[in-house]
Unconditional design. Structure first.
Length: 312
């Protein structure tokens, strides 16, 4: 077993303890006797081909008023004693991509990195669904206003979103008679300079945008249906959606069985599938969430299941 759990994440002081999956992973690692180390992606650096990290020791407590204490700072190479979890949130911008290259060098020095750095680059959370055309809604990826307008007209109603967002940021529902359609297209494509995704609107969203967690290619038995609030079509919890735990259904299991082997093949140990109705809409690999909510509703220990898979 690796001696250290090295958590690469955003500012731990800003998290919501009751909902943060990275925090759940830190708690479980601490219970298992790992020595915890905490850093941000900017704390990684490369010296003569060796990836090093400036990091702090950390202790975590399941207390919403006092959930962490930082210890001594150290700077050292990452190697065989380290289980590194790359949990920095999107956007997957240049800084994020550079960090994955540095973590790949850490892999070559013996560190275990979850998820694999190459997979974090290869599996764009929006575009990865293109590997499974039979499972997804009608989808267009383009920077062309003309093509996007034609797609919206064909579908009647569509959802437009950037390729690098998370938590419902920058997502629009629109229709061909929407007077704001042009400005929406201009916004998501940066005036035609960037690719964006247009998807068929799925009315089943009223029953929830379902998050199916995958551990080493297997679906967790429960899913979190994120149900939109009265003032929004998005189910994201960060946008006011309500999380309702449910046993995984037949449609979700079918999707998980198709996607799971591909995740394992690419070294993706933890992922979150987003399913609306019976359609796969995203594959989250950077910092999948909903562990804490499902644990609370079902008395589970999903982080424990993940560590069991890693240690096996």
């Amino acid at each position: 077993m690796n001696k250290y759990l090295v958590m690469v994440m955003d500012d731990i002081a800003a998290i919501k303890v009751a909902k943060d999956t990275s925090f759940a992973l830190l708690l479980e690692a601490q219970r298992r006797g790992y020595e915890l180390r905490y850093l941000n992606e900017q704390d990684l650096f490369l010296t003569d081909g060796t990836t090093q990290a400036r990091m702090r020791g950390i202790q975590v407590m399941d207390d919403p008023d006092h959930w962490f204490e930082l210890g001594t700072e150290e700077t050292r190479p990452l190697g065989g004693d380290d289980l590194v979890m790359m949990r920095a949130d999107p956007p997957v911008d240049a800084s994020y991509l550079y960090a994955t290259y540095l973590l790949e060098r850490a892999e070559s020095a013996g560190a275990r990195v979850v998820n694999r750095p190459r997979a974090l680059r290869d599996f764009n959370e929006k575009l990865a669904i293109a590997r499974f055309p039979d499972l997804i809604p009608a989808t267009l990826v383009s920077s062309s206003a003309r093509r996007i307008r034609a797609f919206v007209e064909q579908q009647g109603k569509a959802v437009l979103k950037p390729l690098d967002g998370m938590g419902g940021r920058g997502i629009f529902m629109t229709a061909i008679d929407d007077p704001n359609l042009n400005v929406i297209i201009e916004t998501v494509t940066a005036n035609g300079a960037e690719l964006a995704m247009a998807q068929q609107f799925l009315p089943e969203i009223v029953a929830g945008d379902k998050r199916v967690l995958m551990i080493h290619g297997q679906a967790v038995p429960w899913m979190l249906a994120r149900i939109p609030g009265a003032q929004d079509f998005r189910g994201n919890l960060a946008r006011g959606g309500r999380g309702e735990g449910r046993p995984i259904g037949q449609a979700e299991r079918r999707i998980a069985e198709a996607v799971g082997p591909v995740l394992v093949e690419h070294g993706i140990t933890l992922a979150g599938l987003d399913v609306i109705g019976d359609r796969l809409t995203e594959i989250n690999v950077t910092s999948p969430t909903c562990v804490r909510e499902l644990d609370a509703q079902f008395g589970a220990n999903i982080a424990g299941d993940l560590f069991d898979a890693i240690e096996a």
